[in-house]
Design a protein around this ligand. Structure first.
Ligand code: PGA
Length: 264
């Protein structure tokens, strides 16, 4: 299975010019890498998406260097569940799809915290996203308080069951789950490999109980939370994740390229 590395740029950078620069630096760095078995997805702010999806960009193409190839994708950082209409400020899944996106991040803890998204809303978004033939990346994870109270598994179980409620077996394989302990996001306190592995295994086991072992086996589970070039490879090779969701480190082209090199 290819490792999936998702760059979440969040609300950065400040201008189109800077977005172009970052994009070009990543592109240049990537043409020098020898990555195989890798899929890279960039999730910029909505306003910069056309920059990635124009004909002169690398999105949706495969760069080849001496037999190796990297598949690229582009995704949104969120979307609404309705297809169109009077929903000021919102973006629909079909808009992302028509623009050429393949992925969309949903249920990120920053959306849960600042925009009061709950699991029912996230569930509606996942269904709408699948309907529009996009691959949702569902973010789940416990806060520090929940962790301190020993509630990690309870929270993960709740978020999985609510988030994926009513989603048919055949659709589950389109979903990617990102384990993102909230306390590890943007703090520099990444989760220990042991704890991350326990959480990843628990997520897979939960899906297996809801659906089947076969479906759970094929599921891609990512780790996110203070990923950098030092710890990235271990989450994949030692903690058994199928990819990473990278925030801060994806805004530094050199560091991001290092991550990509280290995980292959
Ligand atoms: P971080 O963010 O890598 O800056 O911790 C990860 C995320 O929010 O997805």
């Amino acid at each position: 299975m290819k490792s999936l590395i998702v760059a979440n740029w969040k609300m950065n950078p400040d201008s189109l010019e800077e977005a172009k620069n970052l994009f070009n630096l990543i592109k240049r760095g990537l043409t020098k890498t020898k990555n195989k078995k890798l899929e890279v997805v960039i999730c910029p702010p909505f306003v910069y998406l056309p920059l990635f999806l124009g004909s002169s960009t690398f999105a949706q193409t495969r760069l080849r260097y001496g037999g190796s190839s990297v598949a690229f994708g582009v995704g949104g950082q969120d979307c609404f569940w309705e297809e169109k209409g009077a929903f000021t400020g919102e973006i629909s899944p079909v808009m992302l799809k028509n623009l050429g996106c393949q992925y969309v991040i949903l249920g990120h803890s920053e959306r849960r915290r600042h925009f009061l998204e709950n699991d029912e809303m996230i569930n509606k978004k996942i269904k709408a996203t699948i309907f529009s033939k996009l691959n949702p990346i569902l973010c789940i994870g416990e806060t520090q308080v929940e962790r301190d109270k020993g509630l990690t598994k309870k929270i993960l179980n709740f978020q999985i069951r609510k988030g994926l409620k009513g989603i048919a077996k055949k659709e589950i394989k389109k979903i990617i789950i990102a384990y993102e302990p909230v306390w590890a996001i943007g703090t520099g306190k990444s989760c220990s490999l042991k704890d991350a592995r326990v959480a990843g295994d628990f997520i897979r086991r939960t899906i297996s109980l809801i659906h089947s072992r076969k479906i759970a086996k094929g599921l891609r589970i990512l780790y996110g939370g203070s990923v950098n070039s030092e710890n990235a490879a271990n989450y994949i090779f030692a903690a058994n994740f199928q990819g990473l969701l990278v925030g801060g480190a994806s805004l530094n082209a050199k560091e991001f390229i290092k991550i990509l090199n280290n995980v292959t």
